[in-house]
Ligand binder design. Structure first.
Ligand SMILES: [Zn+2]
Length: 367
């Protein structure tokens, strides 16, 4: 995407102002810590005593666009050390617990505040205020920057790995173990499953995927998947039950990724219900959207509803007790790696938290 020169200039002009503010926020956070012996819960807690001017919490660029944080409307900045719960897979762990563990690995380069400071060549430009007080630029994934990637794999910083021991306790209860010796190209989603296939996982008794068989999926798609559970993300109604995104470590070189997925509830034709951001070693991240009516439809299939276009195929049709013989459907979408054979390091799976609820059953990489 080509940016208008005027827009680029404004972004660069505001950058110096943004950097100055980030450094002032750093000082305010240090003063807060000194007095309260802990970090603030949110940036607006700094206002008044630690940061006099409320404008300092709004990037000059955001002052024009009006962008503010939904959970802290007095600031445009993303605060990375909040105390909300991380994910049901890590009971009792907060985002801050995770960030503190990241600091154990990556030290004071871990950002404490981030600004989505415009974009360049269609990619977001992020200004990061590190825990150590330095401002540095990165893309969406600061973990991929040289300063980190030189000595750590980004996957070392995933919550699933940092809390691996704790996560296992939850996993053993419900999800059957991954078959031994299974090909690494069948991506291991064990840490992210939040229901087993035979469990009811969306309301009614008997509303499960007990009858989903890998052979049936392979018959329609030609692809093997590791099918043991469901990764459900939140929609607007289930925001407090499920995470809105998960970061899945991959670490496999491939030409294609096949996603076996579905969707609860409905959305408008063509509406984006979720997306995958695919981190590729040495390249800009790839993207795969999940559009309602093109990649997925309500898994409780409505008679006559069919996918438009050719970006996905119906990968399984079956039923369950709750449906009482009426059909359930799942779909497969294939993403082509533009950097053929380059390693996919990880995948961020995100819901756009609208009316529909995207869910994922499996990901398989093709060499
Ligand atoms: Zn900014």
């Amino acid at each position: 995407m080509q940016l208008l020169p005027g827009r680029l200039a404004a972004q660069d002009e505001d950058r110096a102002g943004c950097e100055v503010q980030l450094k002032q926020i750093h000082e305010a956070i240090q003063a807060y810590r000194k007095e309260n012996k802990e970090l603030p819960d949110r940036l607006s807690a700094l206002l008044g005593k630690y940061l006099g001017d409320p404008d300092k919490l709004v990037c000059p660029l955001a002052r024009r666009s009006g962008l503010r944080q939904e959970n802290d409307p007095r600031t445009s900045y993303f605060y990375e050390f909040g105390t909300r719960l991380l994910h049901p897979n890590f009971p009792g762990k907060t985002v801050r617990d995770w960030k503190e563990r990241q600091m154990g690995k990556a030290g004071s380069d871990v950002p404490v505040v981030r600004c989505q400071h415009g974009e360049r060549d269609g990619e977001g430009v992020w200004l990061n205020l590190s825990f150590g007080g330095e401002v540095y630029e990165s893309g969406l994934f600061w973990e991929a920057e040289e300063r980190i990637a030189d000595f750590l794999g980004a996957e070392d910083l995933y919550a699933g790995n940092l809390f691996a021991h704790e996560a296992q306790v939850v996993r053993v209860i419900r999800i059957s173990p991954r078959p031994e010796g299974l090909d690494a190209r069948l991506i291991d989603l064990s840490s992210f499953f939040n229901a087993a296939l035979g469990e009811k996982w969306d309301g009614d008794d008997g509303n499960d995927l007990k009858r989903l068989r890998g052979d049936d999926v392979k018959g329609r798609t030609g692809i093997d998947f590791d099918l043991r559970g469901v990764v459900q993300l939140a929609n607007a109604d289930l925001k407090f039950k499920f995470a809105t995104s998960v970061e899945i470590p991959v670490g496999v070189a491939c030409t294609k990724l096949h996603f076996l997925q579905g969707c609860g509830y409905e959305a408008k034709q063509g509406e984006v219900v979720g997306k995958y951001t695919i981190r590729i070693r040495g390249h800009e991240p790839g993207k795969q959207e999940i559009r309602y009516g093109e990649h997925v439809l309500n898994w409780w299939h409505n008679p006559g509803a069919e996918l438009a276009g050719n970006e996905a195929i119906m990968a399984w049709e079956g039923t369950n007790e709750a449906r009482n013989g009426k059909p359930l459907r799942l779909y497969m979408t294939t993403w082509q790696n533009p950097h053929e054979g380059a390693e996919v390091q990880g995948i961020l799976f995100e819901s756009n938290v609208g009316s529909a609820m995207p869910f994922l059953l499996g990901i398989t990489a093709e060499p």
